[in-house]
Structures are given as C-alpha cells and as structure tokens.
Design a protein around this ligand. Structure first.
Ligand SMILES: Cc1cc2nc3c(=O)[nH]c(=O)nc-3n(C[C@H](O)[C@H](O)[C@H](O)COP(=O)(O)O)c2cc1C
Length: 309
C-alpha cells in the first residue's frame, strides 16, 4: 500500500488540503472548470480579479504566444463584485475548496469599496489584492511599484477586512523586498509573488505592436527563474507567509518554489494547455514527496540547505 503523505499547509490561518491554488485570471470563477477536473482536489481557487463595476476589458487580440510563455492584455475584464456575489459565489460554496477573492481598483477607495462588499458575503476564505494597477487618482503610478502606495492600500483594506489579506506583488520593480516589507508593515497577512512581467510583441512586417494595448503581461515557463528568485528574496525579507507563482507547470516546479520559501503555490498559464494542471501538479508533488521520503509536504517550505543560500 502507498504511504500516506500529509499534504496540508496553512496560509495566514487558512488551512488548505494541499498547497496548490488555481491562480487569478487563468481559472475564471472556478465554475467554468468544474466539468474538467474535481475542484475539491485543489488547495484553493483565486477567482478572476473583481472591481467595483463590471469591466469589458481591452479590444482583441489580447493574448500572444511567446517563446515559453504568453503575453496578455485582457484589461481586467470581469463581471463586477456584485454579480460575483450574486451569481458565482452561491454555486462555489458547494465545494470544499477555499475561495480567495482577487481585488483590484484604480484608487484606494475602489479597493476598500470592493472589500467592503465582499465582507458582507459568505463563503470566502480570504482576499488577494492585485496591486499591479495604476492609481488614476495620483498620476497613474502603479500601486505595487511604490512602497508608500503599497502601504496605503494595504492598510486601508486591513481597516475593513476581517478575513486574511494577501497582497499580490508586482515583479516590475527594482527591489521587491522593499515593497514586500511595506505590505508587511501595513498589516498584510501574506504575500503572493509574482504577477506578470511587463512585455511587448511586435508584428515586424506591419511595423506594429501585436497587442492594441502595446504592452502586456508575460507569464508561463519563461518567467519561472525570475519568479523563483523573487520568492526567495521576499521569503528571506518578511515573516508573513509567501505564496509562490510564475511559470509553474509541474510538481517539481511547485516544490522548487516551496524550497525557495513559499508556503503554497499558484498555477496560472499552465491551465491554457492543460486545464487539469492545478490538480495534476498537486498529484505530482505528492508522488515526489513519496519517492523522496518527505511525509509532510509543509516541511518543504524554506528547505534550501543553509550552505547553498
Ligand atoms: C490571461 C491572464 C489573466 C490574468 N488575470 C489576473 C487577474 O485578474 N488578477 C491577478 O492578480 N492576476 C492575474 N493574472 C496573473 C496570474 O494570476 C499570475 O500571477 C501570472 O500569470 C504568473 O503566473 P503563471 O506563469 O503561472 O501564469 C492573469 C494572468 C493571465 C495569463
């Protein structure tokens, strides 16, 4: 008989049955995938980013394939927080998987307003705050590229949130540890590392950018080494738990992120070529632990040997 592996992990007081979380924006509202895989096999689901009002997003094309990755300029299309609560949350409550609401806005007040609406709803484990958005009230600076803006928005959300607040950091910064500490100082309960890297694709013959938006967010295996480095830097800079993501496609990838310091992981772009990727990654992690004599998966977190650091 196969030995039993304890796959449970804890993030900011939330117990997950395994460390694998479906990332925001690549798994819809979760429900779209219920026919393709058992949602109960996932540690958690982060839903598509939610704003105060519904948003249609950018014009097409919004996706471009790149070497080992993908550029997207979806433009944060979503049904809006009210429709999420009324239409998506009730069927999601039937699953035993933790649901994280991903929140974004163009001002601190927007973030707070969305959080307040979600606070009144049942069936949400915690919040993931997407700070890779411009603050249109203050010159369009990206919240997550400035420590004081990151601090401001995190502290304001913490004032109204009784559920754990995970701040999802932007990789488009010079010193990610500085931003991580600003979020921690403001009371963040955890950090997700990282969002997409700003990139661009060009149609050479047409002499035009491929995306009408000109730039897009790069994701997928192409960004994995960068994301891994940032998880390592953040995990050594803060005391709060870190969720690692960026290019994870296999159980080995996920366990590398845990070794670098992540307590849990998210799988995003991999679901584009394998819709069952988050469940498969969880199974592959368990198989690796069994083959390598690791009986409790949580012990993989920060397991890099000291002499290698
Ligand atoms: C099509 C698409 C839509 C995304 N939408 C969101 C979003 O709404 N909110 C968010 O925080 N991150 C969003 N992301 C970022 C992913 O959650 C993730 O941070 C990033 O893609 C890196 O992980 P990956 O390489 O596993 O995809 C999106 C990514 C993609 C590819």
């Amino acid at each position: 008989m196969e030995s039993r592996i304890d796959t449970a992990v804890e993030i900011a007081g939330i117990r997950l049955k395994n460390p694998v979380i479906a990332a925001s924006g690549t798994f819809g509202y979760g429900l779209e995938f219920a026919q393709l895989l058992d949602l109960n096999a996932l540690g958690a689901i982060v839903v598509k980013g939610l704003s105060r009002a519904p948003m249609l997003g950018n014009p097409a094309p919004r996706l471009v394939e790149t070497a080992a990755g993908m550029l997207n300029a979806i433009g944060l299309q979503n049904v809006g927080v009210d429709a999420f609560i009324e239409e998506k949350l009730p069927p999601l409550r039937k699953f035993s998987t933790a649901i994280f609401a991903n929140i974004f806005g163009n001002s601190t007040e927007d973030y707070v307003a969305v959080t307040e609406r979600l606070e009144a709803a049942e069936g949400i484990a915690g919040y993931e705050i997407n700070v890779s958005c411009p603050n249109t009230k203050q010159g369009g600076m990206i919240f997550g590229s400035d420590p004081s803006l990151t601090h401001e928005v995190t502290a304001a959300i913490k004032q109204v949130a009784r559920r754990p607040v995970i701040v999802k950091l932007s990789p488009n910064v010079t010193d990610i540890a500085l931003i991580a500490r600003a979020a921690e100082d403001a009371g963040a309960d955890g950090l997700s590392v990282v969002n997409t890297l700003l990139g661009m694709a060009i149609d050479l013959e047409a002499r035009r950018p491929v995306l009408p938006n000109i730039t897009g967010g790069l994701s997928g295996p192409a960004i994995k080494p960068i994301a891994l480095r940032m998880v390592y830097q953040v995990a050594t800079a803060v005391k709060i738990p870190v969720i690692g993501l960026g290019g994870i496609a296999t159980g080995r990838d996920a366990l590398e992120f845990m070794a670098a310091g992540a307590s849990a992981v998210e799988v995003g772009t991999a679901t584009f070529w394998d819709p069952t990727a988050p469940a498969r990654v969880a199974k592959e992690m368990e198989a690796w632990c069994r083959a390598n004599g690791v009986s409790r998966m949580a012990t993989m977190t920060k397991s890099l040997r000291a002499e290698d650091r």
